[in-house]
Design a protein around this ligand. Structure first.
Ligand code: PPS
Length: 570
């Protein structure tokens, strides 16, 4: 049994006076604007959440972590914590240099003394750390499409914590939590890691876990970055606060963890264990498919359901924290209570009820009843407030296809039909219109096309977030960029990709703007379909071909799709 050690752990911050001085001096240093994920990592580096790390990994540490979950000195550490940068910045920074790390408002949070600069083998990192170089894994997708090409490593001198304006009283550093546990005399503490709202089953299982371990309970939700598409942390925290009242007084507390999850299943579980150990916990609940990323591109689970528990058990002593098995709780109607599924002796004589996550989302989406035995009314109310039924939420219809394929025409018809129905504001972001008003300085290189599409995605995501309907109709020739836009939008509402799959021959034969002719003559360079690529969408929500079909029919097909997805009512 790990003994509780609640003495302070080392942080990377300098004293208040030195910080002021350093901040002043650091104004002259070359500086890097941290990404949201890097800010999360930096906060946990500085406050000891990632102890024993002293900074972003050096190349030798990185190699060890990737290959066998160990730093160069043999210490267990399963997750690469690296500072990724782009080529431009890499060309300006040298090993031996100090650089200032700034948040997104330009505030200097820390200084990095660069000891290492290297180009990582990202495919190897994906294979070893996440189990497959498969873009369906959110962290692999991030690695290849969001993270910079070059990594910097070196020790950190912490100047100040990242600023948070939300739920300040609920955020604790490892030392603040340790001090809290000391003050209350808590000796054994079970941590519950979560990125989802808690319902009655979770409340039951966490309470049982704590009781069985004769421990107090720490609800330790992640509020940094979770899986794209998760319920936003503002809503979740309001839900957690409601559930906290359901535990017997003074047995349980909650603290928010600004972690950027990687959804790395087994490795992630070990990492979570080390982080909870640093926060003063003695036990951690590890569930079925802990930190699972969902299905791979072949439609199979990335990890086995108990891989995370197995790996955790293997390293438990080294982590210094004991694993508490997650019990699958189900509701027994006759006894009106939750019981662990594997402890029900009279299974055949009783009625067992359960609502899956998918079913819950469906009920929320369609405004259906969510029974009281499943969740607390306060939690359901919160979820309904932020997830109104789909027919009242914002969404984006994203047409993609070759020039002249009919995107704009269908998009216009769709807009008019949706406006006729009423209820939500509709905005059309047509390719040509966007290029005039938002992207007039851009050309048609891959880089410029990507900037253009990301701008459209950003505007559409804001419209979707605020309950409107955005209709986009650019060519958007690249799969990765379309995927990035999908992720931006799915954080707030549905993304309906419509491939206007009119064949090139037909588009060229129409040549409504005379551009194909010019492209064939070489008078327009980088013309999609002629001298520039178009990557065909693999699984759009809908594909339509306008050859020999009238616009009204195509727009109607989109309307039917929107109805079947519950986005509009018939
Ligand atoms: S992209 O790739 O999504 O950024 O393109 P988009 O913003 O939709 O702009 C496409 C319109 O610009 C005209 N045009 C070209 N298209 C493709 N390649 C090249 N080189 C090019 N140069 C100009 C063309 O009229 C496109 O309009 P649509 O409505 O698609 O025909």
């Amino acid at each position: 049994m790990p003994s509780p050690n609640l003495s302070p752990i080392p942080e990377l911050y300098v004293s208040h006076e030195s910080a002021q001085k350093l901040k002043h001096e650091a104004g002259n240093l070359l500086s890097w604007d941290l990404t949201p994920r890097q800010i999360c990592d930096l906060e946990l580096l500085m406050n000891g959440g990632f102890s024993p790390l002293k900074g972003f990994l050096s190349e030798a540490d990185y190699d060890g972590v990737v290959e066998n979950m160990r730093l160069a000195d043999g210490t267990l550490w399963p997750m690469p914590i690296t500072l990724d940068i782009n080529d431009d910045f890499a060309a300006r920074v040298e090993v031996g240099q100090d650089i200032a790390l700034r948040d997104q408002e330009g505030v200097i949070l820390a200084i990095l003394s660069v000891t290492d600069k290297w180009v990582p083998n990202k495919s190897r990192e994906a294979e070893k750390v996440f189990g497959a170089d498969d873009l369906a894994h959110p962290a692999v997708n991030y690695l290849h499409h969001t993270a910079g090409k070059v990594y910097l490593g070196g020790p950190i001198t912490g100047i100040q914590q990242p600023v948070h304006y939300d739920f300040k009283a609920r955020r604790d550093t490892p030392n603040e939590l340790r001090a809290y546990f000391r003050k209350l005399g808590w000796q054994r503490i079970v941590a519950f890691q979560t990125r989802n709202p808690l319902h009655r089953a979770h409340q039951e299982l966490t309470f049982r876990a704590a009781r069985e371990a004769q421990a107090n309970l720490l609800i330790h939700p992640v509020v940094g970055m979770t899986k794209p598409g998760d319920v936003d942390h503002f809503t979740r925290v309001r839900c957690y606060e409601a559930v906290l009242d359901k535990y017997p007084q003074s047995t349980t507390t909650m603290s928010l963890l600004n972690l950027a999850m990687r959804m790395a299943g087994p490795r992630e579980a070990v990492w979570h264990g080390l982080i909870r150990k640093n926060h003063g916990c003695t036990h951690m609940i590890v569930g079925r498919d802990h930190a699972g990323p969902g299905k791979n591109s072949a439609g199979e689970d990335f990890y086995g359901p108990y891989d995370a528990q197995d790996l955790f058990r293997q390293y438990q002593d080294e982590i210094g924290i004991e694993m508490v098995d997650f019990k699958h709780m189900v509701y027994v109607q006759e006894r009106a209570q939750y019981e662990p599924a594997d402890e029900i002796a009279d299974k055949d004589q009783v009625t067992i009820l359960n609502i899956s996550g998918t079913e819950l989302r469906r009920r929320l989406r369609e405004g259906l009843e969510i029974p009281e035995w499943f969740s607390f009314p306060e939690v359901v109310n919160e979820l309904r407030r932020t997830s109104p039924p789909r027919a009242k939420q914002g969404f984006t219809v994203f047409f993609t296809g070759l020039s002249g394929s009919g995107k704009s025409t269908i998009a216009n018809a769709l807009m008019v039909k949706l406006m006729e129905m009423g209820g939500r504001p509709v905005t059309l972001l047509d390719g040509d219109v966007v290029r005039k008003h938002l992207s007039s300085e851009l050309g048609f290189s891959k880089e410029h096309r990507d900037i253009n599409i990301k701008r459209i995605g950003y505007v559409a995501s804001e419209i979707t977030k605020n309950g409107g309907i955005a209709i986009c109709a650019p060519i958007a020739p690249y799969t990765a960029t379309r995927r990035a836009v999908r992720e931006m939008i799915e954080a707030y509402g549905a993304f309906v990709e419509v491939h206007v799959a009119t064949p090139l021959e037909e588009c060229e034969a129409r040549d409504r703007k005379g551009l194909y002719k010019l492209a064939r003559e070489g008078k327009i360079k980088e013309f999609t379909g002629i001298s520039d690529p178009y990557e065909v969408p693999e699984s759009p929500e809908l594909a339509v071909d306008t050859t020999g079909v009238d616009v009204d029919h195509c727009a109607h097909q989109v309307i039917l799709k929107l109805e079947s997805m519950g986005l509009i009512k018939a």
